[in-house]
Design a protein around this ligand. Structure first.
Ligand code: FAD
Length: 307
């Protein structure tokens, strides 16, 4: 009908018209077992042809994955054409120890650090800086900058970090991290595009001109995402619960619903001018690959990747 068509137009082009003019990045976690290692490398192999701007590897709570994060990042740097970024946190380590980790990355040819405060090893307890440690991400960025010419990304929270005194103080903190030398912020995951747009406006009004890249979490396990969201202050809209309701025994249908929702979120962000997307892959490629494909991104040939 006329009305249907008018509505479509007001929402912008459908997937068929999206140009694939995206920059994507993918986040992985360091594998614990051989089987997980295989899964990670299979995901990296699948996603590499999409020519991500960078891929990053997380750092476990309390520095528990220090070696594994290093080994994974160093192997990506050595064996793939990808730019590898290492997450690094301030938890349970002195400045000297953290500086040593950073030096080892620099020596391994890694030029990009995602600098974070981190969470205490025991969930629910308050963060206590190490007596000789960095007190938060802003100090860490400053410390890293003094040592090496790293590209530095930091975290940002469209729905405000749970420990922040206020939304404004959280933005002030983001500004300190950028002023200390970070070049971009990657956001915590969120499920409504408006959350991101409101945050982008507030950030711009605060005079922050660094890139703010939305972190996209495709939901493969709704119960797990609900738990994570509660911990990190992310709103899970009631409509999402209704959409996953009744799918516990239907994993394939759940994947389809999940891909659809995440693609819809990305499409809304795209319509609002977003061209950079960071995917929390949880070491699985398919959902992220499908979403990138829907947004028009296509694999590059090997020669282009190496160029
Ligand atoms: P900070 O920027 O230091 O902020 C922490 C809190 O302190 C905020 O509430 C801030 O508002 C407040 N604050 C800071 N300075 C001040 C001040 N001067 N006055 C008042 N308030 C202040 N965690 C991991 O353990 N490993 C990872 O690999 C990891 N990767 C992540 C990747 C992304 C993209 C994101 C979004 C998060 C990641 N996290 C990771 C989680 C992160 O470590 C936690 O969210 C942590 O609680 C905060 O880290 P931050 O770097 O944002 O801290």
């Amino acid at each position: 009908t006329q009305i249907d068509r008018a509505q479509h137009h007001s929402e912008g082009p459908l997937y068929a018209d999206l140009a694939g003019d995206l920059n994507v990045s993918f986040e992985f976690f360091p594998p614990k077992t051989e089987k997980m290692e295989e899964q990670l490398w299979s995901a990296i192999e699948t996603l590499t042809p999409l020519a991500p701007k960078f891929v990053s590897v997380t750092y476990g709570a309390g520095g528990s994955t220090r070696e594994r994060t290093h080994n994974t990042v160093a192997r990506i740097a050595r064996e793939t054409p990808l730019a590898a970024a290492a997450h690094l946190t301030c938890v349970a380590a002195s400045k000297a120890e953290i500086d040593e980790v950073a030096d080892a990355y620099w020596e391994a040819g890694v030029r990009h650090i995602v600098a974070l405060r981190g969470d205490p090893p025991e969930a629910g307890t308050a963060f206590q800086p190490h007596p000789d440690g960095y007190k938060g991400a802003a100090e860490l960025v400053e410390g890293l900058r003094k040592r090496h010419d790293f590209e530095i990304s930091v975290a940002a929270y469209p729905e405000t970090h749970p420990e922040a005194q206020s939304a404004q103080s959280d933005i002030d903190n983001l500004k300190r991290k950028i002023d200390a030398g970070a070049t971009r912020a990657i956001t915590q995951f969120f499920f409504e595009a408006d959350s991101f747009f409101r945050f982008r406006d507030t950030v711009a009004a605060a005079g922050i001109d660094a890139e703010i890249i939305p972190g996209i979490m495709p939901v493969s396990n709704f119960a797990a995402v609900q738990r994570m969201s509660a911990m990190c202050n992310t709103d899970v809209p009631a409509w999402m619960g209704r959409l996953f309701d009744g799918l516990d025994q239907h994993p394939a249908a759940r994947q389809l619903v999940s891909a659809t929702l995440a693609a819809e979120l990305c499409r809304n962000l795209y319509m609002g001018g977003v061209r950079d997307f960071h995917f929390y892959t949880l070491n699985r490629a398919e959902l992220s690959y499908a979403i990138c494909h829907l947004l028009g991104l296509r694999p590059q040939v090997a020669a282009e990747l190496m160029a």
